[in-house]
Design a binder for this molecule. Structure first.
Ligand code: THU
Length: 144
C-alpha cells in the first residue's frame, strides 16, 4: 500500500505536467484507490482564464471517463495535492483543494463509499479527510 510520502511524490510528479502559463502555479494531484491504482492530474489553464481546470478536477475526469462503472468498485482511499512554482511543488504555503475540487472528489468518494484521507503538500503537510474539507456534502447518494 502506498504511504503518504509516496503519494505526495506522485502528486509532485504529476505537477510536472501542468499547463499553467497564466498563473505559473503548477498543481499536481494523485488519487489512490483501494486496489492500489493511482490516477494523477495536473492543472490545465486556458487563455480564457475562467475555463481553467484544477489538477484534482482533471484527475476526477480521468477516473470517471476511463474507469466508468469500475469507479463504483474502486474505493478512493487517499488524495495528495501539491502546488507551487514550476519545478518546485510543495514549497511554501500548504495547498488545499479548492471548493469546486472538493465537490468533484466527493463524487468519486461517494461512488466508492469512502472518506479518503487528503494530504495537502507544503512546508507543513496537512493531513485531513474529505469529509472535514467538505462537511455535509451533497452527492450521488442524495439523488438515489
Ligand atoms: N488550482 C488547482 O489546480 N487546484 C486547486 O485546488 C487550487 C487551484 C490551480 C488553478 C489554477 O490553474 C492555479 O492553480 C492557480 O489558481
Amino acid at each position: 500500500m502506498i504511504n503518504r510520502e509516496d503519494l505526495l511524490a506522485q502528486a509532485r510528479a504529476a505537477a510536472l505536467g501542468a499547463y499553467a502559463p497564466y498563473s505559473n502555479f503548477h498543481v499536481g494531484a494523485a488519487l489512490l484507490f483501494a486496489d492500489g491504482s493511482v490516477v494523477r492530474g495536473a492543472n490545465v489553464e486556458n487563455a480564457s482564464y475562467g475555463l481553467s481546470l484544477c489538477a484534482e478536477t482533471v484527475a476526477v475526469g480521468k477516473v470517471l471517463s476511463e474507469g466508468g462503472g469500475a469507479a463504483l468498485r474502486r474505493g478512493l482511499v487517499a488524495v495528495a495535492v501539491t502546488g507551487g512554482a514550476p519545478g518546485a511543488p510543495g514549497q511554501g504555503a500548504t495547498v488545499t483543494p479548492c471548493g469546486r475540487c472538493r465537490q468533484m472528489l466527493n463524487e468519486v468518494a461517494q461512488l466508492g463509499t469512502t472518506d479518503p484521507v487528503v494530504w495537502c503538500d507544503g512546508d507543513a503537510v496537512l493531513e485531513t479527510t474529505l469529509s472535514a474539507l467538505l462537511p455535509h456534502a451533497f452527492g450521488p447518494a442524495n439523488l438515489a
